[in-house]
Design a protein around this ligand. Structure first.
Ligand SMILES: [Zn+2]
Length: 344
């Protein structure tokens, strides 16, 4: 309560230029997004660049620094104007070491000392965090999670990622690896997963899973218009084509989406039982499927979770879209630097 009162006052003091300024960087497999952000979560400038994903550690570090200086340049700022820099990176990293160890979409990157290199090159204190954890913190402070003390952020696209906020604080685990909710085992002998396991949540409830099941059904000769939406090419069938077919009443497409929703609900039930959150924010590209996906997901969660855990939880859509990562990374940096991010 005290914390919120202080945030409230800080928010009323006025101009952006007098507020602490941060730089948030979101390093993904295909793009780097950098933004100069105020402590209240206003985006002052932004740069969007392609990730040199075929490049090694050097190339990626260079691209991050270039993107950062482009965002600063657009705001007519220098690095010295920043309080801190926060980097949210896809892959395995540890906030304590500041190293991005591996990243699934950056095969040539290994043990990149992101935090120390960016800090040395810019002269600004820098912090590193997992991208989905950053997005969770962004939604918590500035988006759909405002005022929730216990919440889970779930992002469903080609895979499933997430972040966990417990008692108002981002939970990063012993070595920064917490929140890999997409890899909880749902089917012990299910489809193989990119992590080396089988039947992980994301092999059953992601866009990739939906596309795979659609391709399999088409191959087995099931009557459907999905293939026509992909120009007749099986390899071009993605969640988008399944959705297009469902919108025109294709029964198989409806069934496949509903089944994906069912598996989404199984995982949500696990999260409700383990964390007893008051809020679950579901975002990511696959949520464009809307109620076709989410209604069976929430129904299944209700059937499988403890009734008390289910009743305690509210489900909400993510509110920040693609900006949650940069906003969250910036807020994380401000928190770690001793400041107090908040919407005011
Ligand atoms: Zn897995």
């Amino acid at each position: 309560v005290k914390k919120q009162a202080r945030q409230g006052k800080a928010g009323k003091t006025g101009k952006v230029s007098q507020e602490p300024l941060l730089l948030g960087i979101d390093l993904g497999g295909t793009k780097i997004l950098s933004a100069v952000v105020s402590a209240r979560g206003e985006i002052i400038s932004r740069d969007r660049s392609a990730t040199p994903s075929a490049g090694g550690t050097e190339a990626i570090l260079r691209a991050l620094l270039d993107s950062a200086s482009s965002a600063l340049g657009q705001a007519a700022l220098k690095a010295a104007d920043l309080v801190a820099i926060g980097v949210g990176a896809a892959g395995f990293s540890d906030p304590e070491t500041g190293i991005l160890y591996t990243s699934p979409h950056l095969p040539r990157l290994k043990d990149a000392p992101l935090r120390d290199v960016i800090s040395r090159e810019t002269g600004v204190e820098t912090f590193l965090i997992n991208d989905a954890s950053a997005a969770a913190l962004g939604e918590y402070l500035f988006g759909a999670g405002r005022k929730a003390r216990h919440f889970i952020y779930v992002t469903v696209s080609t895979g499933i990622g997430g972040g966990i906020v417990i008692n108002g604080e981002l939970y990063t685990g012993a070595t920064g690896g917490a929140g890999e909710i997409g890899h909880m085992s749902i089917l012990h002998d299910g489809p193989p997963c990119s992590c080396g396991g089988r039947g992980c949540w994301e092999t059953l409830a992601s866009g990739t899973a939906l596309a795979r099941e659609a391709q399999r059904a088409i191959e087995s000769g099931a009557p459907t218009s999905i293939l026509a939406h992909a120009g007749g090419e099986l390899s071009r069938v993605t969640a988008r084509e399944v959705h297009a077919a469902a919108l025109r009443g294709d029964a198989l497409a409806e069934e496949l989406i509903s089944r994906t929703g069912y598996y989404l609900g199984v995982g949500l039930a696990n999260l409700l039982n383990i964390f007893n959150p008051e809020l679950v924010i579901v975002g990511g590209g696959l949520t464009r499927l809307g109620d076709r996906l989410l209604t069976p997901a929430i129904k299944t969660a209700g059937e499988r979770a403890f009734p008390r855990a289910f009743r305690a939880a509210r489900f909400a859509a993510a509110a920040l879209g693609g900006d949650s990562g940069v906003l969250g990374a910036a807020a994380y940096a401000l928190q770690r630097a001793g400041g107090q991010p908040g919407p005011g």
